[in-house]
Design a binder for this molecule. Structure first.
Ligand code: NAD
Length: 500
């Protein structure tokens, strides 16, 4: 069949999931159940459990016991690597299934979902290698009667709270690295997109991960997430989500046991385009950077900062690209942009568009919901005549809305790029190596792209400067982030007594 016309069908009835504690799937029982409707098709697709704080207690207790008896932390790195490699192989076999449920709950195009899930296989493989190579340091220069060791130990029980925009990808940018050093995990996916996290629990169990090392509680942030944040037996929380919720995470940590935190928060990421760039490549990159995942991307390039001499011509090129994006049914193989995942997000994007108009920006294209017969879709939207103080130039919109700001000098471009509370990602487009490198050194962001955007691999650490977060995920740094450092000083030979 022609690839362009391939379309998967909807499930005949919603798939029912339990939650996962101590190696077992727990059915809803008397608890409430969430019925998730596909944001692109308006039909029910999954049923997941609204867990209670008592369920969080059970999951944390299972993780605590699994960590404390060293059933996982006590294994050698090679044994942990073997489990992670088996998980990678099982994941590879289930890519289509995971991508299908991701698309149904999230609304992202199926081809994109498949690409994301396939990429997660490599994360497990890389983490397996890192489980074997993780090591500390020694000081053999402290005298003949002593030796100092710097050891890395797993931090303990780690809570992983994830958002709805990349439910499986974000999970896998964390979990394999967290498991590599021997930690135990309690994961709390977004209540809108829990299915694929629960499928991962099944894969890890089948791969031979000991019971209790990976647990999943489903439900809302204020009930289930908050209980986990405040739990005194949780040693660390990895939180990915909005900057607003990030503040609640820090406060809860301070109120409870000062648990260690990893925070991956929002972004308002600049795309800086110089006149000497390949403008066709840059236009494609800028359109991709704002429309990929319908702009619901923490690293979306939402602020186009473009050299004034080419600003108008470049804006036309970007608009031409955006107008040709195939937005539609995410179960269609040819679709490039899918639905807006939640109703609240849909309203927020449309409200920002109204605010942009009210504050005096010019709507150059889009600006409306798209009527595709069912589901929630928003047309790629571009604003010109934007000033840096406008709300649409400052707030993270988390939708396919691009603001265009012209600049005259490199200094001005850098200043505009850094004029934000965030510092997650940035791109520069220029064929001049001096320009590209000068900008890359001066822009304050955790990820930086030169003549590309939204690119890289699992070896590269990810994370933000400023209000975009704390810590780094992925790669060796992503393993080390979930360890504690212990220094051990060993004396040998007779002691020189302090008291005669
Ligand atoms: P959100 O902050 O509303 O929710 C994220 C997660 O936190 C969900 O699982 C939610 O249930 C939970 N949560 C909500 N309130 C909580 C509370 N009081 N205690 C504990 N948990 C709570 O964010 P969202 O709307 O799901 O996701 C969008 C946001 O996530 C955007 O701001 C985006 O930039 C950010 N994000 C950041 C990254 C990154 O890597 N920096 C990646 C993806 C998304």
């Amino acid at each position: 069949m022609d690839q362009q016309t391939t379309r998967l069908s909807l499930p005949s009835e919603p798939r029912t999931f339990g939650f996962h504690v101590d190696g077992r799937d727990v059915p809803a029982g008397e608890r409430e159940v969430f019925v998730r409707h596909s944001p692109a098709h308006d039909v029910p697709v999954t049923r997941t459990v609204a867990c209670t704080p008592a369920d969080v207690d059970d999951a944390v207790a299972a993780a605590r016991a699994a960590f404390d008896d060293r059933r996982w932390a006590g294994l050698g790195g090679a044994d942990r690597a073997a489990v992670l490699l088996r998980a990678a192989a099982l994941l590879r076999e289930r890519v289509d299934e995971i991508a299908y449920w991701e698309t149904l709950e999230n609304g992202k195009p199926i081809a994109q979902a498949r690409g994301e899930v396939s990429g997660c296989v490599g994360m497990f493989e890389l983490a397996a290698g890192l489980a074997r190579t993780l090591h500390g340091d020694t000081f053999n220069n402290v005298g003949d009667d002593a030796l100092s060791l710097v050891m890395r130990e797993p931090v303990g029980v780690v809570g992983v709270v994830t958002p709805w925009n990349f439910p499986f990808l974000i999970l896998c940018e964390r979990v394999p690295y967290i498991l590599a050093s021997g930690n135990a995990v309690v994961a709390k996916p977004s209540e809108f997109t829990s299915a694929t996290t629960l499928i991962l629990a099944d894969i890890l169990r089948a791969a031979g991960l000991p019971a209790g090392v990976f647990n999943v509680v489903t439900g809302t942030g204020p009930t289930v997430g908050q209980a986990m944040l405040e739990h005194r037996d949780v040693d660390m929380v990895s939180f990915t989500g909005s900057t607003r919720t990030g503040r609640a995470v820090v406060e809860a940590s301070a109120r409870s046991n000062f648990k260690k935190l990893g925070l991956e928060l929002g972004g308002k990421n600049p795309q800086i385009v110089f006149a000497d760039a390949d403008l066709d490549d840059a236009a494609d990159g800028v359109a991709f950077g704002i429309a990929f995942n319908s702009g619901q991307c923490c690293v979306s390039g939402s602020r186009l900062i473009v050299e004034r001499a080419v600003a108008d011509a470049f804006a036309r090129k970007v608009a031409d690209k955006l107008a040709r994006i195939r937005t539609g049914d995410p179960l269609d193989e040819a679709t490039q942009a899918g639905a807006i995942t939640t109703e609240a997000q849909n309203r927020a994007i449309l409200d920002y568009i109204e605010k942009g108009k009210a504050e005096g920006a010019t709507l150059a294209m889009g600006g409306t919901a798209m009527d595709l017969g069912r589901g929630r879709f928003i047309a790629p939207t571009v604003f010109t005549d934007v000033t840096p103080d406008m709300t649409i130039a400052r707030d993270e919109i988390f939708g396919p809305v691009l603001t265009i700001l012209p600049f005259d000098t490199l200094d001005e471009a850098v200043e505009m790029a850094n004029d934000t509370e965030y510092g997650l990602a940035a791109s520069v487009w220029s064929k001049d190596i001096d320009t590209a490198m000068a900008v890359s050194r001066r822009v304050r962001a955790g990820r930086f792209w030169v003549n590309t955007t939204l690119a890289g691999g699992p070896e590269l650490p990810i994370g933000g400067f400023k209000a975009s977060g704390w810590g780094r995920e992925a790669g060796m740094m992503g393993v080390e982030e979930y360890t504690q450092v212990k220094s051990v000083h060993i004396a040998f030979g007779p002691r020189q007594h302090w008291i005669d």
